[in-house]
Design a protein around this ligand. Structure first.
Ligand SMILES: NC(=O)c1ccc[n+]([C@@H]2O[C@H](COP(=O)([O-])OP(=O)(O)OC[C@H]3O[C@@H](n4cnc5c(N)ncnc54)[C@H](O)[C@@H]3O)[C@@H](O)[C@H]2O)c1
Length: 291
């Protein structure tokens, strides 16, 4: 139909399928490409009112798209090769976005010429993207400002809180993993058990993070006190540039987290994981309703 906006999603996995549902619910026509027939079959089972279709052939999915979001596995070489194909298979007006968690826009667009690199941008959604409002719109070194503006408008049009990130980094992951690095360092140093580290966060500043960001918080307590605290505490923080020893030891003995029952915690069962996920979604929904 004329006037309808068209999205193509590359990869029908966890994020790709959810992105397809998000845009379809906002009225977009969505085509999803995946070489894995089983992933496409799972997608068909959820297709919203005929607005989503699955395709084994990439060209078929992307040929008429206004926006392509790549949600293939987090492998730099695979993404690089996909963007070469996408640049050749899509109209020059089409925006090419990567949902990569940490691979820079510069890396995924490394094998693409300047004209096409101008229309490549990062769109970092958070899982589950139908629920979590934020999308970081990441400007690579060759991304055109027009691409950023159009992407921000498209995402705001489907109800997302889209922010412009002016350098080729994913700030949300930097912030999140700064905390994870410190949490793992505290366990490695024997300061607290994993359970107690999580309890400290959940029962203190974790409670306020959804309504009070750290920079607002710094203003609230005063910048002088903040500086005094930093003078003492910053030298104590982990500066590790490699994954923590405890994390690597757990992996070496085969503990991979919920997928095989043990990680920082032990005794994970499918029922426990399902209950935790349900509690998490209910909690976020409640917070968003109260805003
Ligand atoms: N899972 C998360 O919480 C999350 C959050 C934000 C960003 N991301 C990023 O989103 C991307 C996808 O993550 P996911 O969790 O959905 O992964 P996933 O493994 O669930 O899905 C990836 C899909 O891509 C398909 N695929 C493989 N090769 C392909 C190709 N050449 N063309 C098209 N599809 C191909 C696979 O068959 C699979 O269905 C990754 O870059 C990831 O880092 C994930």
């Amino acid at each position: 139909m004329a006037g309808e906006q068209r999205l193509a999603v590359v990869g029908a996995g966890l994020m790709g399928a959810a992105l397809a549902r998000l845009f379809a619910a906002a009225g977009w026509v969505v085509r999803v490409s995946d070489p894995d027939q089983a992933a496409l079959d799972r997608l068909d089972a959820q297709a919203a009112a005929g607005r989503i279709s699955g395709h084994r052939v990439l060209a078929e999915a992307v040929a008429a798209a206004d926006l392509v979001i790549e949600a293939a596995p987090e492998k730099p070489a695979l993404k690089q090769q996909l963007f070469v194909q996408l640049a050749a298979l899509t109209p020059a007006s089409c925006i090419l976005a990567t949902n990569s968690s940490v691979i820079p826009v510069a890396t995924v667009s490394a094998s693409v010429d300047d004209a096409n690199a101008q229309r490549i941008v990062g769109t970092h959604f958070w899982n589950p993207p139908e629920l979590i409002p934020l999308v970081e719109v990441i400007q690579g070194p060759r991304t055109a400002l027009k691409t950023i503006e159009t992407t921000l408008a498209m995402l705001r049009g489907v109800g997302k809180h889209a922010v412009h990130v002016r350098r080729d980094v994913v700030p949300g992951n930097r912030l999140q993993h700064a905390l994870w690095r410190e949490a793992m360092a505290l366990v490695d140093e024997g300061v607290c058990s994993p359970e107690d580290v999580d309890a400290i966060i959940r029962n203190s500043f974790g409670l306020r993070l959804a309504v009070l960001g750290p920079l607002e918080n710094a203003d609230l307590v005063g910048l002088e006190l903040t500086a005094d605290i930093h003078k003492v505490v910053l030298p104590q923080l982990s500066r590790a540039t490699e994954p923590s020893a405890g994390l690597m030891e757990r992996l070496a003995r085969g503990d991979r987290g919920v997928s095989n029952g043990a990680g920082f915690y032990s005794g994970w069962t499918e029922a426990k994981v399902a209950a935790l996920r349900a509690r998490l979604v209910a909690h976020v929904r409640r917070l968003l309703q109260e805003r």
